[in-house]
Ligand binder design. Structure first.
Ligand code: FAD
Length: 315
């Protein structure tokens, strides 16, 4: 009952980074509870994925054959069956579209409470989860009743699990009910297949850019740095860049090595999506802009002067 089960997540043939972060959170929980850490992989390239999730600190990997992509029924059946069979008390999932799709059904199937979107946790006699509310303006703690629960963890809050583990990898036989609906393919929305969450370096543009035509300037900087272009919400609301480029509470959570905020004020809803970046660089005319509170390096200056100088330097 002290053991923890983490369910891996994959899409379009690759494990998602949140999987490795959930493994770190699961290990933290297992250590606090004095239990083992199990990881379940369901569907896709299960054998390859099972090798990949075998990171330091993982005690056992369970590989369940299924279709290529996420399926609600399959994940719910596989994870709840494994949780019962292994007698684990805690199940940890990424707080992603997929994780949130089946976490409630999983909680119901196991008869345990669920707590979503954890950004931190403490474990003493029981679990206390830290969550954010009102666009990250308020932090709350939730005491979880009992020691059996489903927990979803927000991306970018725990470091990814690293190293190669020596876990036993076993093929798990699970009865998967036939699904009424399955993912048969993906259709790209505008913006191509760029996933800003996968980028190592992001140049992010905000309202300081003033006009759509001026985006060319930041695109040039992104090119010079081999970076990917992302944006704050007003740029997306204006229709200047597609939604999949938006960083923040109602956009994507990103954790690149370098995040360059160009003409972005640093509103809480934006910061919620990028504060986990390794190095944050801000360019802003306003020395009191909140983005400077979390920036590692800041340039107080006009982006129309600073960005061309950076392009000259790096092109
Ligand atoms: P502004 O706040 O207008 O800042 C522009 C900055 O550019 C200013 O700091 C200014 O000093 C600077 N500037 C101006 N001219 C120049 C220049 N020439 N050179 C350099 N700097 C210059 N926002 C998000 O980004 N992502 C979200 O996911 C998101 N979700 C939201 C969800 C909800 C429920 C709500 C209510 C809001 C959300 N927002 C989100 C909006 C958020 O509150 C801010 O309005 C938004 O982040 C501001 O974007 P910005 O920093 O680009 O613009």
């Amino acid at each position: 009952m002290s053991d923890v089960l983490v369910a891996a997540e994959h899409r379009r043939g690759a494990l998602r980074d949140v999987t490795y972060e959930a493994i770190t959170a699961g290990r933290e929980l297992a250590d606090a509870r004095g239990g083992d850490l199990h990881v379940a992989v369901v569907g896709g390239d299960v054998d390859g994925f099972a090798e990949d999730v075998n990171r330091e600190g993982v005690d056992a990997v369970h590989a369940v054959e299924d279709g290529e992509e996420f399926d609600h029924n399959a994940y719910q059946a596989a994870v709840s069956t494994l949780a019962d069979r292994l007698d684990v008390g805690a199940v940890v999932l990424p707080n992603s579209v997929n994780g949130l799709d089946y976490a409630p059904a999983l909680g119901e199937a196991l008869g345990v409470p669920i707590v979503t979107d954890a950004v931190g946790m403490a474990y003493d006699d029981g679990l206390t989860v830290t969550r954010e509310m009102y666009g990250s303006k308020v932090e709350t703690t939730v005491d979880v009743a009992g020691d059996r629960f489903v927990l979803t963890v927000r991306g970018g809050e725990w470091p990814p699990a690293e190293g190669v583990g020596d876990a036993a990898i076993e093929a798990a036989d699970v009865d998967i009910p036939e699904s009424g609906a399955r993912v048969t393919g993906f259709e790209e929305v505008g913006g191509g297949d760029v996933d800003i969450a996968d980028a190592d370096v992001l140049v992010s543009v905000g309202r300081g850019i003033e006009e759509e035509e001026n985006l060319e300037l930041v695109e040039e900087l992104a090119d010079a740095l081999g970076a990917t272009l992302s944006a704050s919400r007003p740029i997306v609301d204006n229709g200047w860049l597609p939604k999949n480029r938006q960083v923040g509470q109602s956009g994507k959570v990103v954790t690149p090595d370098v995040y360059i905020a160009v003409g972005i004020s640093g509103a809480v809803q934006h910061v919620a999506g990028m504060k986990g970046s390794d190095t944050i660089i801000a360019i802003n005319t306003d020395p009191n802009a909140p983005i400077f509170d979390i920036a590692d390096y800041g340039i107080v200056g006009d982006l129309f002067d600073v960005v061309p100088e950076l392009i000259d330097e790096f092109a």
